[in-house]
Design a protein around this ligand. Structure first.
Ligand code: F2R
Ligand code: MG
Ligand code: MG
Length: 312
């Protein structure tokens, strides 16, 4: 095996995310998913349809690609007013992609002209702690030059829909972990110690630090997906899903399909946990490591290629 190129990793990141979303979608909310159920979905024929996870990732990828350039790096890489409108427009065009209840109301209000800062507190006055900011954040890992820049871009990209601190922590965690995965030599063993210290630094929260400690412990164990879900959570909240995605990747370094299957077999929010695990695994192993038959069936293939090339 050779170390993948930057373009191959960028494609791996976006296609891994879409593959996890599409394969996980039919199992969302179900527990007791078997390996055989997932293998059947992988080997079926016909297009693989994505959900809100991929739809909004494409919006963010396009936003970042259009704003690339020396004067648009760092904080300016995300224009929050523009991004809020672009995300809401994507929902308005395809509201049937399986959006969360809170964010649906926010998007409707934004399309009707309510400022996003007001709209995102209409349903949950303290803000949503859902994983919607984290599920779409992975392209930020390609746009930011270092961990600090990635963390700041992640926060800005998530805050236009999610005001709760845990949702923002989830987005920062997923973006920074993906950035670190992009930078690892894929021919070397993956060490948990390369992830946990920078994540602790970027995400200053006792709840998240406890989750990182658990991920580190479980990554070196033979924990099965059900036990991992019981320990870390597998629900629609950011703290209840982002750590499980990281563990899915760390349990199967260099094996994106195994990472995605682990995430789906854990049950619960399967499309989203598998999308985040797929982004991490694809960023690390590259596009060539993804299953060609399943990848060729992805509905968004053309746009995934386009934005991967722009952002690489
Ligand atoms: N929503 C889903 N899947 C279930 C519905 C599927 C669809 N109806 C269908 O049948 O096709 N999946 C997608 O939603 C998750 C991302 O959610 P996001 O974008 O964060 O949305 P939202 O609405 O902000 O939060 C999701 C739910 O979390 C609970 N919640 C959040 N903050 C809360 C708070 N402060 N207090 C109480 N509850 C809170 C609510 O139940 C929200 O509805 C991904 O799984 C994506 O795939
Ligand atoms: Mg979804
Ligand atoms: Mg989901």
């Amino acid at each position: 095996m050779t170390d993948p190129t930057r373009v191959d990793r960028a494609r791996g990141l976006l296609f891994g995310l879409a593959l996890g979303d599409c394969l996980g979608a039919s199992f969302e909310g179900k527990d007791g998913v078997t390996e055989a159920d997932i293998v059947r979905a992988e080997h079926a024929t016909g297009p693989l349809s994505h959900t809100d996870d991929t739809a909004l990732t494409l919006v963010l990828a396009r936003h970042l690609a259009h704003r690339r350039g020396a004067s648009n790096r760092g904080r300016d890489g995300v224009d929050t007013d523009v991004l809020a409108r672009e995300l809401a427009e994507a929902w308005e065009a395809e509201p049937w992609r399986g959006y969360g209840g809170g964010v649906t109301t926010s998007f409707r209000l934004i399309t009707e002209g309510t400022p996003w800062r007001e709209a995102i507190r209409a349903v949950f006055p303290d803000g949503s702690y859902g994983n919607g900011g984290a599920m779409r954040v992975a392209p930020v890992a390609l746009a930011g030059g270092d961990v600090r820049e990635v963390a700041e871009l992640a926060r800005r990209s998530a805050e236009v829909t999610h005001a709760h601190a845990d949702a923002l922590h989830g987005a920062v965690c997923q973006a920074v972990a993906t950035h670190l995965a992009l930078g690892l030599d894929a021919t070397e063993p993956v060490r948990v110690a390369r992830f946990v210290p920078p994540l602790r630094e970027c995400v200053r929260s006792a709840l998240w630090h406890d989750k990182f400690a658990l991920v580190a412990e479980l990554a070196d164990s033979d924990v099965d997906p059900g036990q991992a879900a019981a320990a870390l959570g597998n629900d629609v909240s950011a703290p209840g899903s982002v750590p499980l995605a990281l563990l899915s990747f760390l349990r199967h370094p260099g094996r994106p399909v195994a990472a995605i299957r682990f995430a789906i077999r854990a049950g619960g929010d399967t499309d989203t946990v598998a999308a985040m695990a797929g982004a991490l695994a694809g960023a690390h192993s590259g596009y060539a490591a993804l299953p060609a038959h399943a990848v060729s069936r992805l509905e968004a293939s053309r746009h995934l290629h386009l934005y991967a090339e722009h952002l690489a």
